[in-house]
Design a protein around this ligand. Sequence first.
Ligand code: SF4
Length: 241
Amino acid sequence: MSEALALDRAFAHRDPLARMALLRRSLVGRIVFTTSFGIEDQYLTHLIAQNGLDIEIATLDTGRLFPETYKVWAQTEQRYGRRIKAFYPQAEHLQRLVEAQGIDGFYESVDARKRCCEARKIEPLKRALAGADAWIAGLRADQSDHRGGGAFVTRDETFGLLKASPLFDWSRADVAAAVAAAGAPINELHDAGFPSIGCAPCTRAVAPGDDERAGRWWWESSEKECGLHIGADGRLARVKG
Ligand code: SF4
């Protein structure tokens, strides 16, 4: 049995803290948790920080985030007394991108949008994960049909490491209750109808009952993913072997 499959099975009967602790015990190298300061990520940050898990916390500052996201970022550092390592786009990549397609060129086509996500998110993520053994993300299966196709632990072939989702089987209500009980800071936009919060120009509030990710790239009929969680085949990384 592969390491990913063994961990995937072992995760099933544990809570999120025990899942991350098991992952930490099972691997020698670095583990990186990437946060976008959404409610799921805030709970995982709380668990990592409060329990002193040897897991790095990193974020991707695209330069286009909401002011509310920077606010909760600062509140989180203050609450837990630790710096969250930020990865920024390469200046020369942004220079070429904006010269070629304009500051808001991502509205013009899916390709233009993906070029922006590549420069502002994917390339910085590669640097954040470079040399790590595992990547922790705050994905939940019921966020979208696309994400429901994943697993607790997979082998992410795009980045060449294990990818773990400790909240994969949790509902949004589960997460909200846990965050409230923990007293972790939350992004004010969640109370304004934003279940999923990404870059400001590419995220809007959703109507009650809408898919949680319906407000992301709302002008597209795409898979509602920026590429961070999509494998080379265009699907969520789900290789367990
Ligand atoms: S979400 Fe929008 S602004 Fe952010 S990197 Fe992607 S296209 Fe660019």
